[in-house]
Design a protein around this ligand. Structure first.
Ligand SMILES: C[S@@+](CC[C@H](N)C(=O)[O-])C[C@H]1O[C@@H](n2cnc3c(N)ncnc32)[C@H](O)[C@@H]1O
Length: 283
């Protein structure tokens, strides 16, 4: 289950799946209007192992993470399912439900190296520590040639201060034109920022996506060129045409944050979902 050339011990698959299942129970339900579409659970298990291996011993920032791969990676290490993984994980997301779910899970499980922060990537990146690598599974940019992906990638490049690595999870499909255009544009954008494509794992993940259940995504890895830190410049807010069709056709960003209204236990049925009919009434 590893892609690493390094020697790894065998993973207990049952323990791994059950740990990821705990994370999925804690995950807020997706809001389709913001392109929140969750990765399928089997793929999350494999993806988490790959991310843990790639970011072993490093500081890792997530630019958006509705899937909760960050939590899986941290929890698999805490549970000793994996004996490798990042030393620090920070999630930046504009959805307070996601941010609070990460924080609650970390508190409950005593995972000290996992944290989250409310942030909208349309705004300039706030002051933060330097990270070694970033991970993003952004809005896939089907209607803007990947401009929305590039904004998330830009924030990732900023948190590593232009020196480090990135894993970008985006659409990958041989039969559709737009994923190829997006892939080309993201690669070209990364190159302009002083990064090269160091690896690509094709058509790996499936999603709970009712209108395109066959659509897969890839892991596109980018790495900084030598001495790229010199390109580092202050972060700026995004504006204008970069935001056109951000979440799909004519869906520009209009929301700063998604606020958590009520603390929900996502793993249990909610009271407003069902009604109890007493025995005597049904006879
Ligand atoms: C856009 S979704 C992409 C699909 C991915 N499989 C998922 O559901 O997480 C990725 C994450 O980006 C976050 N996100 C969307 N728009 C954002 C924004 N403007 N700033 C920061 N995070 C954002 C979402 O809340 C979500 O957690």
């Amino acid at each position: 289950m590893t892609n690493s050339p390094r020697e790894r011990t065998r993973i207990d698959l049952r323990k791994a799946i059950n740990a990821v299942s705990d994370v999925v129970q804690n995950r807020p339900r997706p809001l389709r209007e913001f392109d929140q579409i969750h990765m399928k659970t089997g793929d999350m298990v494999l993806q988490s192992e790959m991310v843990a291996d790639w970011a072993d011993g490093k500081n890792l920032a997530f630019i958006g993470d509705g899937d909760a791969i960050s939590v899986c990676v941290a929890y698999l290490k805490k549970r000793e399912v994996l004996d490798f993984g990042p030393t620090k994980i920070m999630v930046f997301d504009f959805d307070e439900r996601t941010v609070e779910a990460v924080k609650r899970f970390a508190r409950h499980e005593g995972i000290e190296h996992l944290d989250a922060q409310l942030y909208n990537c349309i705004e300039a990146m706030p002051d933060c520590d330097k990270y070694d690598c970033f991970y993003t599974n952004p809005p896939w940019g089907a209607s803007n040639m990947g401009e929305s992906v590039n904004l998330f990638v830009q924030r990732g490049i900023e948190v590593v201060r232009y020196e480090g690595e990135g894993m970008i999870v985006i659409a990958d499909d041989d039969d559709l034109p737009w994923p190829k255009q997006v892939l080309a544009n993201v690669q070209s954008y990364s190159r302009d920022a002083g990064f090269y494509v160091s690896r690509m794992q094709r058509k790996l993940h499936s999603y709970h996506l009712d209108d395109a259940p066959e659509l897969r995504s890839c892991n596109l890895y980018i790495s900084s060129l030598p001495d790229n830190g010199g390109r580092c410049r202050p972060s700026e807010p995004a504006s204008g045409e970069k935001l056109a069709n951000f979440y799909g056709k004519s869906k520009e960003p209009r929301v700063r944050y998604v606020k958590e209204r009520k603390r929900l236990d996502y793993g249990k049925a909610h009271e407003d979902e069902y009604e109890l009919i007493p025995l005597e009434d049904s006879q």
